[in-house]
Write a protein that binds this ligand. Structure first.
Ligand code: ISE
Length: 344
């Protein structure tokens, strides 16, 4: 057992709601890697999953519902890792209890419910919600953003992004190309490029013969930003070779790339190979660690340290446009209300 596996006084007591793949990953992370926090409650209605998760969180008690954990006073903060359709209810309960929240993406699954959440947070008058768009904590994304801000390569003109998954589970349906996958670009691109998305277009090319029957992909997503930057994203979920999230930024005076393979380099049999990731859990492992640590440190002083509920709402608006764009020729406008003062 590492030193981190028992609750220490002063630790932030975190309830993890949802013990599926992502929840279990965060439970391990908080228990083994994060300092200053302990998993104090595992909330999971499925008894077998709950038991499995509890076996890796020695200081935690198990609950079938978040309400029970709240009644027991079991948490100082909550990490929401349930499927997206259950986020709103837990968010509202956690807001009511005034707990700091890290909510896995998406905030909620549509702009109307996201706005309800934003409204509830505004009534409280301080930011309690951080949304789990972990790419903002990836060191290369940070470096690219710093380069764009510094302007040393000139103004940013275009971004070419590739988001490639080896395969997706049977539960993955067509709209999820946008709501589960491109959702990340909808958050990270405006953060990188310092602009707001004004339109989204989806183009279909030749279908991959390896794509499951129910899906039509890869797709090319084109976004326009209000600062004139044009962005294309190749969204690909059946490419077999591995997991790759890469971006090329085109500036006035140069080009920058992030997300190139950085695994083991092997020269053998007249061939040079570099290891590539199999999925996002390893590709973004460090980003997840840094995200959760930043959230824990901020929660202890009553702050958030990443994307806000308003950012989550903006992404929900872009996703709605993106899903419409999948069924429409040409660009779909993305329109946002004025930013409320809490989020300025
Ligand atoms: C998955 O849910 C994620 O969030 C990954 O980051 C993304 O690359 C993948 O396409 C999604 O299905």
């Amino acid at each position: 057992m590492s030193n981190n596996e028992q609750s220490r006084s002063g630790d932030l007591r975190v309830a993890v709601v949802g013990a599926g793949a992502m929840g279990a990953d965060h439970i391990n992370r908080i228990t083994r890697t994060i300092t200053g926090a302990t998993v104090s409650a595992v909330v999971e209605p499925d008894a077998a999953r709950r038991a499995a998760a509890l076996s890796s969180a020695p200081a935690a008690a198990g609950y079938a519902s978040f309400a029970e954990a709240l009644d027991a006073g079991a948490a100082d903060a909550v990490l929401i890792a349930t499927p997206g359709q259950f986020h709103e209810q837990t968010l509202m309960e956690a807001l009511e209890a005034r707990l700091p929240i890290l909510c896995e993406k998406p905030l909620t699954q549509d702009p109307v419910s996201s706005l309800r959440v934003v409204g509830a947070e505004q009534e409280i008058g301080r930011k309690l919600i951080q949304v789990g768009f972990m790419r903002r904590f990836d060191r290369e994304y940070e470096q690219l953003r710093a380069l764009i801000e510094a302007g040393s390569a000139g103004e940013l003109l275009m971004l070419h992004a590739a988001h490639r998954n080896a395969a997706v589970p049977d539960s993955y349906v067509q709209s999820m190309l946008i709501t589960d996958s491109v959702v990340h670009e909808f958050d990270v691109v405006p953060w990188l490029a310092g602009g707001t998305i004004t339109s989204v277009e989806v183009r279909y090319g030749r279908r991959n013969g390896l794509t499951p029957e129910r899906l039509r992909e890869p797709i090319l997503v084109v976004m326009e930003l209000d600062n004139g930057v044009l962005v294309d994203v190749e969204m690909n979920v059946s490419i077999e070779f591995g997991y790759q999230v890469a971006t090329e930024a085109v500036f006035e005076k140069g080009v920058a790339r992030i997300g190139q393979p950085s695994g083991l380099q092997l020269w053998q049999d007249g061939v040079f190979r570099i290891g590539e990731h199999a999925d996002f859990t390893t590709r973004f492992a460090e980003a997840y660690d840094r995200q959760v640590q930043a959230w824990v440190d901020a929660a202890k002083v009553g702050e958030i340290a990443g994307p806000s509920a308003w950012d989550g709402y903006k992404v929900a608006v872009a996703c709605e446009a993106g899903v419409r764009a999948m069924e429409t020729d040409g660009p779909i406008p993305v329109e946002l209300p004025d930013v409320p003062s809490l989020y300025r």
